[in-house]
Write a protein that binds this ligand. Structure first.
Ligand SMILES: *Cc1c(COP(=O)(O)O)cnc(C)c1O
Length: 375
């Protein structure tokens, strides 16, 4: 059996090596490293794939979040609602544009923003909500969008972990993660479901006005060379990354299927354990399994993690410390107990190896090791 990895980027590369190498070679020979033809091509392809009218590529997912907040003119005095159970970039972006993050606890089943707690967090200064589609499952967007509409809030989706995830509205309409709010943010960090071979990101919107602002903001506030109408910054997707992503986008549905198959295997083998809670399925969202995150209910999460490590099985804790308890965010004046669901999850969650190259033999070994764990 091959050694088990948390993610296997090399194995995935080798399967598309010929195409990817050719795509990179093509860019090298064109020497068009910034905004080469692959960039616009990728933006078009992603727009087709997601159904978003506009796709604006940028340097990474964090920049996408910052650009989105800049595009809707967020600044000092504004409050933006999001959750404390996310990758730090979501909250960091809010602080970096000078606004105040207002945190709302998550739903215990989905780890996503709990819409029932949203209204209590509103103030006259609230300008926007950033739901995070954590681990590849959509937050419950229908009630979030309703509340946002009622209170004239913008919705920026942090879809960095959820490209290709589908949300079904109560009327049956299906939309992809990142295409439901005003602006959606995507990351192409190598380990994401659609990963480049370096940093990369994208913004999605159906709004022509916002699309133009976003395009300009990511290019020094300029729509015409040396004419600057907005304060922007420099955030671009490298041509080489775009060329790689163009190849990999063709495989995205296959990648998602492979992840879902691994998840199915985990579920069928681990469902009998009463001390382990499997990730929940919800009727309104597909799960593209960016992470396969279980909860260890007997208090032995860290012991199980060490035991698995001894068996050659890597695992990870996303996220061990909620945002509101991080040193850098002390100024928000939160304390332990403020977001009890999120805090409990941070003690219980464990993400198992999840990628496109897991073999049945490896999955079997991981599951058997967990089932037979002496804990
Ligand atoms: C990865 C990620 C980001 C940031 O993306 P980068 O491309 O690494 O900057 C933001 N939010 C979430 C939820 C993420 O998982």
């Amino acid at each position: 059996m091959k050694p088990i990895q948390m993610v296997d980027l090399k194995g995935q590369y080798l399967r598309a090596k010929t195409e990817i190498d050719a795509a990179i070679q093509h860019v090298l020979e064109s020497a068009h490293f910034i905004q080469g033809e692959s960039v616009a091509l990728f933006e078009n392809n992603l727009s087709q794939y997601t159904g978003s009218k506009h796709v604006i590529s940028c340097g990474n997912g964090t920049d996408a979040l910052i650009a989105a907040l800049m595009a809707i003119e967020i600044g000092p005095g504004d409050e933006i609602i999001t959750t404390p159970f996310t990758f730090i970039a979501t909250v960091e972006a809010i602080v970096l544009v000078g606004a105040k993050p207002v945190l709302v606890d998550v739903d215990e089943e989905t780890f996503n923003l709990n819409p029932a707690l949203l209204e209590k967090a509103l103030s006259p200064n609230t300008k926007a909500v950033i739901p995070v589609h954590l681990f590849g499952q959509c937050a419950d967007m229908s009630p979030i969008l309703e509340i946002a509409k009622e209170h004239r809030l913008k919705v920026i989706e942090d879809a960095c972990q959820a490209i290709g995830t589908e949300y079904t509205f109560p009327d049956g309409t299906v939309k992809q993660a990142g295409t439901m709010g005003d602006i959606g943010c995507i990351s192409f960090f190598p380990s994401k479901n659609l990963g480049g071979y370096g940093d990369g990101g994208a913004l999605m919107t159906d709004n022509d006005f916002l699309a133009n602002r976003l395009k300009s903001i990511c290019r020094h506030g300029s729509s015409e060379r040396y004419k600057h109408d907005l304060i922007g910054f420099n955030s671009r997707l490298d041509t080489i990354q775009a060329a790689i992503l163009n190849v990999k986008l063709n495989y995205l549905n296959e990648y998602i299927k492979a992840r879902q198959q691994a998840a199915k295997f985990y579920k069928s083998e681990l469902c009998k354990l009463n001390w382990l809670k499997l990730p929940s399925s919800v009727p309104y969202s597909t799960h593209t399994c960016h992470q396969f995150t279980v909860r260890i209910l007997n208090g032995n999460r860290d012991k199980l993690k060490s035991y698995l490590k001894e068996k050659g099985i890597p695992s990870a804790v996303y996220y061990p410390c909620p945002v509101h308890l991080q040193t850098a965010y002390k100024f928000l004046n939160h304390r332990a107990g403020d977001f009890p669901v999120c805090e409990q999850l941070s003690q219980e969650v464990l993400s198992l190896p999840m990628h496109t190259e897991l073999s049945t033999e490896q999955l079997q070994y991981i599951c058997q090791s967990i089932v037979n764990s002496p804990l």
